[in-house]
Write a protein that binds this ligand. Structure first.
Ligand SMILES: C[S@@+](CC[C@H](N)C(=O)[O-])C[C@H]1O[C@@H](n2cnc3c(N)ncnc32)[C@H](O)[C@@H]1O
Length: 241
């Protein structure tokens, strides 16, 4: 997958993209990230990207011209044409389902706003989709773009060593994950549940399923509402009451 990013702070991307799984995925050629500085697409001596909002109000807005120049230039060079995403608190909140959908696309173009946001014509004319990372306001779209890249990159086929770990984790079936333990069996008086120590795969599977159901019901009732319960799920939940 190719991911182009447009930002006025390219330096933010270095660290997170240069370590751990994301670095490995990039090194392996599965993911090609290209970060572009919006200021390179300005035509004035001072590389200005912002201006006062028409109608007044606090703060500055990002001017349309550099955005149009940047996106048009990247699109000319990109084959296949990228799906263009503007990171904004006004977009739909990023979910695992959305990350899975984006991971199917061959190319993404991520636009990171700053200041009070961007001129509305950028969104109208250049953007396919608006995505938020949550109902809070950050200073810029760079961290949201990194969150999106991270969530998508680990879903690329071959990115994570064991495909089961992606299939089994939180949100993959509308549930959050069951509790996990590693050695030692006993630590400061805290014990690993007996069922996990016996090697009985069916009992472990059922215990994990039940824990995931209970955890989701307790912590994320709004997710639980949408889970389609199997007969076994209903049985597992009734055992508890
Ligand atoms: C200070 S914010 C501007 C917020 C804008 N005035 C509004 O109320 O929608 C500057 C930029 O940060 C990015 N941003 C801030 N919060 C975000 C979030 N929750 N998700 C995605 N992008 C965000 C957007 O690119 C936004 O244009």
């Amino acid at each position: 997958m190719r991911v182009d990013v447009v930002t006025i702070f390219p330096e933010i991307f270095g660290g997170p993209l240069d370590c751990s799984i994301i670095k490995r995925v990039r090194d392996s050629g599965l993911l090609d990230v290209r970060v572009h500085n919006l200021r390179d697409f300005t035509t004035d001596k001072h590389h200005v990207v912002d201006d006062y909002p028409f109608g007044g109000g606090a703060g500055m807005l990002m001017k349309p011209e550099p955005w149009f120049a940047a996106v048009e230039s990247i699109r000319e060079d990109a084959e296949p044409p990228p799906h263009t995403v503007f990171l904004t608190p006004q977009g739909a909140v990023l979910t695992q389902a959305k990350a899975r959908e984006l991971a199917q696309r061959p190319a993404l173009l991520l636009l990171c706003g700053r200041y009070e946001g961007v001129d509305e014509r950028v969104r109208e004319a250049l953007v396919d989709e608006e995505i938020s990372v949550g109902d809070y306001v950050l200073t810029g779209g760079e961290l949201p773009a990194l969150v999106l890249i991270d969530a998508v990159a680990r879903l690329l086929p071959g990115a994570v060593g064991n495909e089961d770990s992606v299939a089994d984790e939180s949100f993959s079936e509308g549930l959050i994950e069951y509790p996990q333990y590693t050695r030692p069996r006993s630590f400061r008086g805290l014990e690993v549940p007996e069922v996990l120590l016996g090697g009985h795969h069916e009992q472990i599977r059922k215990w994990r399923r039940k824990q995931a159901l209970l955890r989701t019901r307790e912590r994320r009732p709004e997710l639980f509402e949408h889970v389609t319960l199997s007969e076994e799920d209903v049985e597992l939940l009734s055992e508890d009451s």
